[in-house]
Design a protein around this ligand. Structure first.
Ligand code: FE
Ligand code: FE
Ligand code: ZN
Length: 293
């Protein structure tokens, strides 16, 4: 089982810190942003920390090809400015320097443009970025606001317009919110295969959702505690056709009341345990609170 979660990438520990955090959750892979997800300030990559991190991965059988980097979600490839292009080029260089091979990217939002104009901008901008050793994985989106890429058809349109190979990251919360019925996942995969092609699927974001199908909200929920439910998510995680694909949890941190001060703690160690046991624990959130208290 190739499973892990989103982990931090801190200025002073970089990859070593990320790997250490992933291992503390019992993960066999992980995903990180090269800085804060919500801004584009980035530190130079420290080769010494990268090498130490890679050694730690090797010792613990984490395959570098299963590690995912996520581009900051504020860069908008559907916009008309060159900043997104410049930033993404630099980001790809950082990922390459780290030795990782996959970068997940939110396609973008059309904002005041039409859908078609937005998609055309994404295509033009990705062509300007150009091919690199790092594979870009377009993420399937919930369709919140003017988000593009909330249908397999839109993702396919972008893939077809770009003159090098793009791949895809499927987010279970997002596709539910976008209108795909996760309870019939075989049918969703069939549709994915017919429209995009299953061989392009390189990562799955495993999240439950706080909202019903087709609500276009994008609010993640802890595994088994949302509208998708534990049984449906287990079917996806253990799906035969997805067995070689990294599964990444992006579920919300749990709030713990610490002497009237609220702190947030990661649920991943517990969610991964529950997934490996294949048995839902309705008391999980309380157990996480007790553990961190
Ligand atoms: Fe994402
Ligand atoms: Fe995601
Ligand atoms: Zn999301």
């Amino acid at each position: 089982m190739i499973i892990g979660s989103h982990v931090s990438f801190k200025k002073d520990t970089q990859l070593v810190g990320s790997v250490t955090e992933a291992l503390s959750y019992g993960s066999t892979t992980f995903m990180f942003y090269t800085g804060a997800p919500q801004n584009t300030n980035r530190q130079p990559i420290d080769d010494k920390l990268t090498n130490e991190g890679k050694e730690l991965m090797l010792k613990n059988n984490i395959d570098i090809n299963n590690v995912i980097v996520h581009a900051p979600y504020i860069i908008n490839m559907a916009s008309n400015n060159d900043f997104a292009v410049t930033f993404l080029k630099e980001e790809l260089k950082r990922v390459e320097k780290l030795g990782m091979t996959k970068l997940v990217l939110h396609p973008g939002s059309s904002v005041k443009l039409t859908k078609e104009e937005g998609i055309q901008n994404i295509i033009d901008n990705l062509n300007k970025v150009g091919e690199s050793k790092v594979k870009i994985l377009l993420e399937t989106m919930a369709g919140k606001g003017t988000e593009l890429g909330s249908s397999f058809e839109e993702i396919k349109q972008i893939i077809d317009g770009v003159n090098y190979e793009l791949c895809v990251c499927l987010d279970t919360c997002h596709i539910n919110d976008a209108g795909y019925d996760i309870s019939d996942f075989d049918n969703v995969l069939k549709e994915f295969d017919q429209i995009i092609g299953l061989k392009y699927l390189k990562c799955v974001h495993v999240n439950d959702s706080k909202n019903l199908i087709n609500t276009h909200k994008d609010r993640h929920e802890n595994i088994g505690f949302g509208t998708l439910g534990f049984a449906n998510l287990i079917k996806i995680i253990y799906h035969d056709k997805l067995k070689d694909i990294p599964k990444i949890l992006e579920t919300p941190y749990v709030t713990v009341d610490d002497n009237s001060k609220e702190r947030m703690y990661p649920p991943y160690k517990f969610e991964i345990e529950m997934i490996l046991n294949k048995e839902f624990d309705s008391d999980l959130i309380n157990k996480i609170r007790a553990y961190y208290k």
